[in-house]
Ligand binder design. Structure first.
Ligand code: 3EB
Length: 343
């Protein structure tokens, strides 16, 4: 089985991508403030990331996970999913208003815990138990309610669900991102499989699950990257990566320096992954990137650093969105696939 991330920036390339092989599409994300009203595919395992695209004339970009097997559609406990023999892509959207905080819990915490409990229940039922990569979006990530920043509320709920569902909350944890949007529901998209992922950490950073308590009552549950080794391919999912060294934000008011530091962190994660790589290495300019900028006015500076470091024909989608620490101005995630080994 093989899978690949394909990006369609307009209706024509989307139609060409889907072609007569819609059965082979697992799911994906639609990114942009103005997505088309009518979905291009007849099922709903598509995560809507409602954030303005920067530096791009298109209104939206569609990312699709394509496989070489027929996929089937399912629904479980509010999760829309598609799966093939080895791989599952799912999306869940929760309106927080429907989650009244239970005994001292806040609604976002309760919604997050319930979301992850349902995801783990689905994965167990489908016998594809390993969560590889999670994309988390919710409104007002930096706002404090009842004395606790919403990102920190989210972290408590996520941690509780990992604990409750018999998953470790440190070490072998999925790659992830957690991003703030202007409004909208808690949206969790994920890829899971039958193969355990190899979690990769960054020697320049403290593992997020070991962050000190100053960053919240529960640490974030994610690894810096996961490496997936299948018979025919190795795939690297790099988590949202920011200008953090050790556990501290560095260059708080300098977007250019944050971009450089972030790329240094991604380079360090890629180097770690390459220790486990059979065959030619992953390289920075062969990754597919998604970037989040807190201020759209920082885009020209961001673009300069990117072209300086990665050249001008990198696959990179950039949107305006909030990062989980108020002093972070940019966050970049990436993925790559290579053949399993050279022949
Ligand atoms: C960081 O390194 C920046 O909570 O799932 C990056 C990726 C970040 C994932 C998450 C948070 C998350 O801590 C923030």
């Amino acid at each position: 089985m093989t899978f690949a991330l394909c990006i369609a920036p307009d209706p024509a390339s989307l139609a060409a991508l889907i072609g007569n092989r819609a059965d082979h599409i697992l799911g994906g994300a639609i990114v942009g403030a103005n997505p088309p009203l009518r979905p291009a595919l007849p099922w709903s395992a598509i995560q809507a990331v409602a954030a303005p695209l920067l530096g791009d004339s298109s209104a939206w970009i569609q990312e699709l996970w394509q496989t070489d097997e027929d996929c089937r559609t399912g629904e479980f406990a509010g999760i829309a999913f598609r799966r093939n023999s080895e791989l599952l892509y799912g999306v869940l959207r929760f309106d927080e208003q429907n989650f009244v905080g239970t005994s001292g819990q806040l609604p976002l915490q309760t919604a997050t815990e319930e979301a992850y409990r349902r995801i783990f229940a689905l994965l167990d039922r489908q016998s594809l138990p390993y969560l590889w990569r999670v994309w988390n979006y919710f409104a007002d990530i930096n706002r404090e309610t009842d004395g606790l920043e919403r990102y920190r509320q989210f972290n408590i709920g996520r941690y509780n669900a990992f604990q409750a569902c018999g998953r470790t909350a440190a070490g072998a944890v999925p790659a992830a991102c957690a991003i703030g949007l202007r409004d909208g529901p808690l949206s969790v998209g994920f890829i899971a499989g039958g193969q355990p992922p190899l979690a990769i950490e960054n020697p320049r950073q403290i593992s997020a699950y070991d962050y000190p308590a100053a960053y919240g009552p529960r640490s974030p549950t994610f690894s810096r990257a996961v490496l997936i080794t299948l018979a025919q391919q190795q795939s690297l999912f790099i988590s949202g990566t920011a200008s953090i060294v050790g556990h501290r934000t560095v260059h708080p008011h300098d977007v250019a320096a944050q971009c450089h530091e972030t790329l240094d962190n991604i380079a360090a994660v890629v180097a770690e992954a390459n220790h486990h790589r059979q065959g030619p290495s992953f390289s920075l300019n062969s990754l597919t990137y998604r970037a989040y900028l807190r201020y759209d006015s920082d885009y020209p500076v961001f673009r300069d650093v990117i072209s300086q470091r990665l050249g001008t024909d990198t696959s990179l989608v950039c949107v305006q969105a909030d990062i989980c620490r108020h002093d972070l101005l940019v966050e970049i995630e990436a993925m790559a696939t290579l053949p399993a080994r050279s022949r």
